[in-house]
Design a protein around this ligand. Sequence first.
Ligand SMILES: Cc1cc2nc3c(=O)[nH]c(=O)nc-3n(C[C@H](O)[C@H](O)[C@H](O)COP(=O)(O)O)c2cc1C
Ligand code: SF4
Length: 484
Amino acid sequence: MWTPPERIRHPLPETRWPTVEVAAASRLFSPVALGPVTALRRTFVPAMVPWRATEDGAVTAEVLDWYARFAAGRPGVIVVEATGIRDVASGPLLRIGDDRFLPGLARLVDVVRAASGGETRLFIQLIDFLAIRRRPEREKFLARHLAITAAHRAAVELDAAAPEDEVRAALARLDEPQLRAAFTPRECEALERGARERVTDLHLAHVRALPMVLPRRFADAADRARRVGFDGVELHYAHAYTMASFLSAQNDRDDGYGGSREARVRLPLEVACAVRERVGAAFAVGARLLGDEIIDGGSRVADAEHYAVALARTGLDYLSFSTGGKFEDAAQPKVGEAVYPYTGRSGYECMPTVRSDARGPFARQVSTVAAVRRAVRGAGFATPIVVAGGIGTFEEAEGILARGDADLVGMARQSLADPDWSEKVRLGRGDEVRRCHYTNYCEALDQRHRQVTCKLWDHVDVTLPGVPLDPTGRRRLVAPLWRR
Ligand SMILES: Cc1cc2nc3c(=O)[nH]c(=O)nc-3n(C[C@H](O)[C@H](O)[C@H](O)COP(=O)(O)O)c2cc1C
Ligand code: SF4
């Protein structure tokens, strides 16, 4: 992962945990209405992909264990990982693009209700993404994947009559600078990083048609979530995926869905409206978006303010914020691997580590989110706002709420490090919290598509009977139980 050049190592902030009385009187442990749904407390577990679904995207026993473990800590809200809305294969990522996924998802709802004693509200994050290929071997790319054009023929001085194989063989003899000169930027990208579709690829019929098909796909998926008993859905408008790409300042589609801010937010608004129309007012609909894309030429906080106000106006029940996590500045993947959107600077800003710049990783995204919240409030909307990013102590969380910087506090890695954070702190036992080190061992597992665990507990008591382990038999898959 990219690290700020200063590489300053920040210790975890010293903190004091509240007594049970102080916790009971705090904002963090007070309820908040998310449209039709009331969260009993403002502790929020944002979506985290754990790589535990079947290859077909179905819920497994390991998925159930993972969410039951978070639910045992009784946070106000858990958002289930990014879940694909299409009915296409996408590896061991959860899917909700067809009714056949519903029995598994219904079980997931049941286990979370049971494990949290009905105290945790459960949302599911709905995602759409475009095709991305792994970085190819040079020989294979030149022999098979590359579509031969007149420019390639010209580069190797062969005319239109020359057989394609001859052109490919001549290209293969070029050195890297010569090949780069012969290729378009997209062809270079396909060779060096793996081909990646963009929402601006209007020459592709299925990409041009996205505004026609996505509102219905999201609405169908949201309705499935409603039918199996989730409390709500979170529309994934953040990071590197389709909807965030529509919002990006880099989106210059010329069909009314790109260019100006108003045009860029048009499809996200149409999706939000289609979802609401389908699920009705009694089901919560929120969205996660970026406060700042971080990449060059990307959307900044002023764009996020515009989008947030527009989405609040459609009646979304909450808005959750993240930062960065883009393909554009990601590191070059190894041959055979796909580019991972959390390896560049924008990835760092999404999941900052303790090796940082002078600002440090803690609560790093709060000032941006506070600005967006002010814009939403200024426009007359009371939509609850969720912040996340390097927040792990009660003092930070309570301070954010007290200042009015946000309305709920997301803790992703801290909840992974200690799924009982919310209960321990609420019961005045904060000194028992296992604090996240923010060194991203978990994120490295995610990058390699391996089952995500935390370094603070995945080697604890692995020989005890009944502890679920990863395929190597060396890592436990859920945190040990907290003995109250
Ligand atoms: C393993 C892992 C998987 C993640 N998966 C998702 C995801 O599916 N959807 C999403 O919006 N964010 C995802 N994130 C980002 C987190 O939700 C969160 O925004 C980020 O980790 C920063 O918050 P934190 O500092 O509290 O961890 C993931 C983070 C981690 C560590
Ligand atoms: S692996 Fe590291 S960064 Fe991830 S949750 Fe555990 S302590 Fe935090």
